[in-house]
Design a protein around this ligand. Structure first.
Ligand code: NAD
Length: 472
């Protein structure tokens, strides 16, 4: 089946995706299963060597991949950053995974004549289903540790941003041992659903609504599902927070990638006396941001909104907030430039929890700010959410900031900054509430999702009579 793909800068459908059918999914998965035992039989160091060869091939295709990501998403700076982040991630996994994957000799147990050895058996075939907002990064964030663990991986990226698949596949083909265990299957939901019937585990990144379907399908197939879903991340600006610092961090946390990041700050609760000064500072900071809509796509900070459907959601949130009494401090409109849809960096105040913009994921460069009487009220409002992905706390009293952060119901909380999971991988975390389910994708423990652990229990006393029925 062919699908027309819209270009977010021109608004035109200028690319056609041919979706993988259920038969092609089955065939590809069978091929990957045939390739996986040889891949798993390599040492982790040998797999790391092959991933390093792939990194070289990726770098040879850099221009084509970044250009395709730019056409897919309409933003250039983030596409280049995405590419570089993946190259760093390959280096990190190649360096850090082999020691973790090392099994080691049997260890003495608490029972004098028993020793135990660990064996980690790679899950043969992992399915990855990924979203559009960081097409390359999110298609590989789980695939890399899975490959390092010895699994084969079938990736079904978003149908909204498929242009990068072709140049990426050319880089994979340059390393035949990797091409035997890593395949991309273009397509939409039907291709993803077909994939779920063929894999032994699934890593899904996307919306809560699709995540539920994926979780249900995985339960029926009796396979583990690792779900990384939506959020409504809160920032808490407490008494004693530094205004300039909070403002600069929030401007980045709420506006980067035009707010189309799962870890975007989407609402802020501010100690009431700080609200007005913070709004003034933020208006200045955000006023400096420009659309990168001109000839030079690197000139500017705010890219286009990915789709007309997403722009409709944003308009609905803004209309709902205005109708219920919100004040637009700056921005508040979606502009049409060159056929693309561009959301003005927006600050709202006089907001409350009856408004969609405070409760549902907006995915736009929009930050609503609400004044609060103190830490308890800030925490109660921040935790009054169906989501629990991440959040931020600002306060120069670091003990107080940490104490509040500990009570925030979210998997990752940045203190005196925003969205730090974007630049640091060590912090193991899980999503709370509807924001996800399953083991941490961050930190070395991420590898644990891709192996089945086996215990080899050994009676080391060969002189002992193991006739269990009368000897104890
Ligand atoms: P989406 O749920 O619409 O689609 C995600 C993927 O699921 C796509 O590849 C899609 O084709 C596929 N899919 C659709 N129906 C399916 C089905 N029935 N079975 C299997 N696969 C199916 O999400 P999106 O709009 O592409 O992405 C945006 C969402 O992703 C936002 O909610 C955002 O917060 C979330 N997200 C979360 C994280 C995280 O780490 N928690 C990271 C990035 C994005």
């Amino acid at each position: 089946m062919s699908l027309a793909v819209r270009n977010p800068r021109s608004g035109k459908e200028d690319y056609t995706l041919v979706a993988a059918t259920a038969d092609r999914v089955a065939e590809t998965c069978a091929q990957l299963r045939r390739g996986q035992p040889a891949w798993a039989a390599l040492t982790a160091a040998q797999r790391a060597q092959l991933l390093q060869q792939w990194k070289q091939a990726l770098q040879q295709h850099r221009d084509a991949i970044v250009a395709a990501l730019f056409a897919d998403t309409g933003r250039m700076n983030e596409s280049a950053m995405e590419f570089d982040t993946i190259c760093h991630a390959i280096d990190r996994w190649c360096r850090d995974a082999p020691p973790w994957l090392h099994s080691g000799p049997p260890q003495q147990t608490s029972v004098p004549f028993l020793a135990v050895a660990r064996q980690d058996v790679a899950i043969p075939l992992v399915g990855v289903i990924s979203p559009w907002n960081f097409p390359l990064l999110l298609s590989l964030i789980d695939a890399l540790p899975a490959l390092m663990a010895g699994c084969a991986v079938a990736v079904k990226p978003s149908e909204i941003t498929p242009r990068f698949i072709q140049p990426l596949q050319a880089s994979i083909a340059a390393v035949p041992a990797l091409a035997a265990v890593l395949a991309y299957l273009p397509g939409a939901g039907a291709t993803g659903a077909a994939l779920l019937e063929r894999v032994d585990a699934v890593c899904f990144t996307g919306s809560v609504a699709t995540g539920r379907k994926v979780g249900e399908a995985a339960a029926r197939a009796f396979i583990p599902a690792f779900l990384e879903l939506g959020g409504k991340d809160a920032a808490l600006v407490l008494e004693g927070a530094d205004i300039a610092r909070s403002s600069a961090a929030l401007a980045w946390g709420a506006m980067v990638n035009a707010g189309q990041s799962c870890l975007s700050i989407e609402r802020a609760y501010v100690h009431q006396p700080l609200l007005q000064p913070l709004l003034e500072h933020l208006s200045d900071d955000i006023g400096k941001l420009r659309f990168c809509a001109g000839e030079d796509p690197c000139d500017g900070e705010i890219g286009p909104i990915i789709s007309a459907r997403q722009a409709d959601i944003i308009r609905a949130h803004l209309d709902d907030a205005r109708a219920k009494g919100a004040t637009v401090v700056c921005g508040g409109e979606i502009e049409r430039i060159g056929g693309g849809l561009w959301c003005q960096p927006t600050l709202l105040t006089d907001v409350d929890h009856t408004m969609l913009v405070m409760t549902e994921e907006t995915f736009a460069p929009i930050l609503p700010l609400m004044g609060v009487g103190g830490d308890e009220q800030a925490l109660a409002l921040a935790n009054d959410s169906q989501f629990g992905l991440s959040g931020a706390v600002f306060c120069n009293d670091r003990d107080r900031a940490r104490a509040v952060a500990r009570r925030l119901q979210a998997g990752a909380v940045s203190i005196n900054d925003c969205a730090l999971t974007a630049i640091m991988h060590e912090g193991e975390k899980q999503a709370f509430k509807l924001s996800g389910m399953g083991g941490s994708r961050m930190g070395l423990v991420s590898l644990r999702r891709f192996v089945q652990r086996k215990a080899l229990l050994e009676n080391t006393d060969l002189t002992w009579d193991p006739w269990w029925f009368h000897s104890r």
